[in-house]
Ligand binder design. Structure first.
Ligand SMILES: O=P(O)(O)OC[C@@]1(O)O[C@H](CO)[C@@H](O)[C@@H]1O
Length: 317
């Protein structure tokens, strides 16, 4: 059955966490047995389609972790309907603004020689769509708002500040490095990866100490926490009490798509459960390890995530 892309059923009147994905995507993951060759057609039986876009992934991961986290943003066209249907099927509440443009399709190719990702820039969104989105967020009056992923054409960093300042909620952002020093508001947390941290601060990041001092500099620009995802080097959390590093867990990586979203989800789930920030960092690392062990942005089993956090070693930097 095809349903509309706007509001689903079961959207709560008040949300603990509400995610905003302004540029959602269907994530198309293809696995090929041979490296791609120019001029040759690669064929595969192995194709997967997931509802994606960073905020949508956070909603899916948080919902699976037991934290109610409806999703909003912009959806349109056939891929928008696929995403709406997938969220309904997975029990993730949604309340999107329907746009005239088409939601995008992003492709990941998993090949023996590596992981290739191609992201479309997405549709154009206009001022009336943004006004409608601000109203959706106000209607849900969340405790925490997560604004994540790239912005569709026609939208700038000021829209993120507008969403953050439209009510009393705390806002987490997960966006490209070029944006992270452009916001005027105060934010709960940002989650750069190493490249984004380097881009946001104009610094070279080679060591953990480099990452910690770049994150401390970024924090001064309006974030209570900077949660930096460092891939195989684990994660770093910088707050007003200094920098803490968590080692990554050993894991067989299938692909890294969604790893950062998983890390932010684990951190927010930890905070929602009243964990200390160090324990929330541990939870973040466990959730990210689970997500990289499955392909695409599908949701892995999270059964004993909270018990497993004791396996993560943390140390002050
Ligand atoms: O183009 P953006 O918005 O920066 O990133 C979009 C995206 O790559 O991020 C998610 C993984 O983090 C995927 O679900 C999705 O395809």
């Amino acid at each position: 059955m095809t349903r509309g892309t706007g509001a689903g059923t079961g959207i709560p009147a008040h949300a603990d966490v509400l995610t905003v994905t302004m540029n959602p995507a269907v994530d198309h993951t293809l696995t090929v047995e041979e490296p791609l060759r120019e001029g040759a057609v690669a064929r595969t039986d192995d194709a997967q389609f997931d509802a994606g876009g960073k905020g949508i992934n956070v909603s899916q991961y948080l919902t699976a972790l037991g934290v109610e986290a409806p999703a909003t943003g912009f959806l349109g066209g056939p891929f928008g309907r696929m995403i709406a249907d997938a969220l309904d099927d997975d029990g993730v509440a949604r309340d999107f603004v329907e746009i005239d443009g088409r939601t995008r399709l992003n492709t990941t190719v998993l090949s023996p020689d590596g992981e290739y990702k191609i992201n479309h820039n997405g549709p154009v969104v206009d001022g009336a769509d943004v006004d409608a989105l601000v109203e959706r967020v106000r209607d849900r009056d969340p405790d925490r708002l997560v604004v994540a992923g790239s912005l569709p054409r026609g939208i700038g960093a000021d829209t993120v500040d507008r969403l953050a300042e439209a009510g009393p909620w705390e806002t987490a952002v997960d966006m490209g490095g070029a944006f992270l020093d452009r916001f005027d508001g105060s934010y709960l947390v940002c989650k750069p990866n190493r490249a984004e941290l380097a881009e946001a601060t104009g610094r070279e990041i080679e060591t953990l100490e480099d990452a910690a001092s770049a994150a401390a500099e970024l924090r001064e620009r309006g974030y209570r926490y900077v949660l930096a995802s460092l891939g195989a080097d684990g994660a770093l959390l910088v707050s007003d009490s200094g920098a803490v590093h968590a080692r990554a867990l050993p894991v067989d990586v299938v692909d890294t798509v969604g790893a950062g979203d998983a890390m932010l989800s684990g951190f927010l789930a930890g905070l929602a459960r009243g964990e200390s920030t160090e324990d929330a960092l541990r939870t973040a690392v466990v959730v990210a390890a689970r997500v990289v062990s499955v392909s695409g942005t599908s949701v892995p089993a999270f059964d004993d995530v909270f018990a497993s956090r004791e396996r993560v070693t943390v140390a002050r930097v």
